[in-house]
Design a protein around this ligand. Sequence first.
Ligand code: GLN
Length: 611
Amino acid sequence: MASPMWIKVNKSIRLSADSRFFSQRFYTVQREPMKYILVTGGVISGIGKGIIASSVGTILKSCGLRVTAIKIDPYINIDAGTFSPYEHGEVFVLDDGGEVDLDLGNYERFLDINLFRDNNITTGKIYQHVINKERRGDYLGKTVQVVPHITDAIQEWVMNQAKVPVDKDRQEPQICVIELGGTIGDIEGMPFVEAFRQFQFKAKRENFCNIHVSLVPQPTATGEQKTKPTQNSVRALRGLGLSPDLIVCRSTKPIEMAVKQKISMFCHVEPEQVIFIHDVSSTYRVPILLEEQGIIKYLKHRLNLPVDDEKSRHLLKWQRMADRYERLLQTCSIALVGKYTKLSDCYTSVFKALEHSALAINHKLNLMYIDSAELEPSTKAEDPVKFHKAWEKLCKAQGILIPGGFGSRGTEGKIQAITWARERKVPLLGICLGMQLAVIEFARNCLNWKDANSTEFDPNTKNPVVIDMPEHNPGDMGGTMRLGKRKTVFTTSSSLLKQLYDNAESVEERHRHRYEVNPELTQHFEEKGLKFVGHDTEGQRMEIIELEDHPYLVGVQFHPEFSSRPMKPSPAYLGLMLAASGKINGYLQNGCKLSPRDSYSDASEESSSDN
Ligand code: GLN
């Protein structure tokens, strides 16, 4: 075990960031061992294992514990940076520039923590690590094998990463939730399962438990809820040496008690170890459902946790949020004009950020996905019905969001949507590529530079208003972007976004791009009313645009959606939602506060960071 129960320290060792030193003589200091909760999945993937794992973490955090999370993706890629959103959904970006699985976004949002690239483990990273060690001669004379070298590397990685502070208080976490991607039995997952089989003994029983998330299907033919897939997957798990401490059964409808008895009997667990999570109206309900079924009490005893197991006030905020979510009366419709609209997972964080903002102003979000290519004249020729339907949706939207993206497909349709928003004064937020396209649109239609473009789409354009960044190395695709948290300094106090960001002098948001607005040409735009109101710290890189005489035409080079939280919506997204619902002026005049009618009292009365 990496964190021994008792460690000896002497004066010369600085123990914490507050620079307190221990006295000369030796003290015996109690250090609680880390508690590990491994979340595995059975039957099929995509049943919400990530949400269950995040919710377990949320519950423990709301009991006052410090929680961190590790996501394991057993694929060979080093990271998610080169993934197609079609296959894997969105690439989530962390503060440190890590390009990771979108599940890390769930952990950050639910737990209000900031994770690091090493909180996402892939087979590729583990093998790279072991092979590098082998080349260095660390295993000299030995045959390097999956067991023990790969399995040891996995355990060491988990133990080291679990200790890294992820909270604002910079203290070492007490609980580490580990989600193993895929389902039990997958070939790729085997070394990880074996690593945890060994690890349960290393960590000791009271410090390690397994939550197995399974599926209880209900075939329409009989209407019966079936336990056999769960029985089989628990058997497979046991065959690999892990026993579930909790079996979380996912189902479409609430599960009957008799089913609980059956799973308990056939899976060799107590009924209290079987938990049901049926499909619910919002993910905010999941922690509440888990808590209602006694998970705090169970984990308290199983892991010897220093928490209260009384029926808790802990999750009150989530309860209120879930209740409010279900009772929203007003709707705000936003058109998301993107490229990957067939799979909503491609824009998970954008969707969440919009939802957080809508909830903050007591509105239900009506998000309409529009495939930008369908707005283009070529679609009009090929499929006029599709074209008109896409335009109908755009015309109905109260606000428009142009998300980030890569490659030229669909960019002309996005530009059309921007023209619509600019001319009709429809609120619009452009994220990264969305901001670059707003600049191109303005150049073409307001500066009359008809062939204005980005060198990403037309390397030979005579009006390169968006250009390669000097550090962009076109030879390599993995990890070659400007990534992670960077500072943007506001250049004018009249900026809308500055006001929305609480009148901050600067903001730090996450980036992921290779191209930037051409800094040589900005003056032409400014003269015509498109203002660059935020720069990087050197004043070279354009980070925020705002259009004069428009309720809200804002573009940001960064991705504020990655730092939006359920009770702390991203200011840029909140601005769009306020403008779309006609409330932005009132909000700004009121010192960036919502009127009592629009705000939800419990959100303002409670601190948002301690959920
Ligand atoms: N393709 C653009 C760039 O690389 C925009 C990237 C993005 O939207 N994330 O700069």
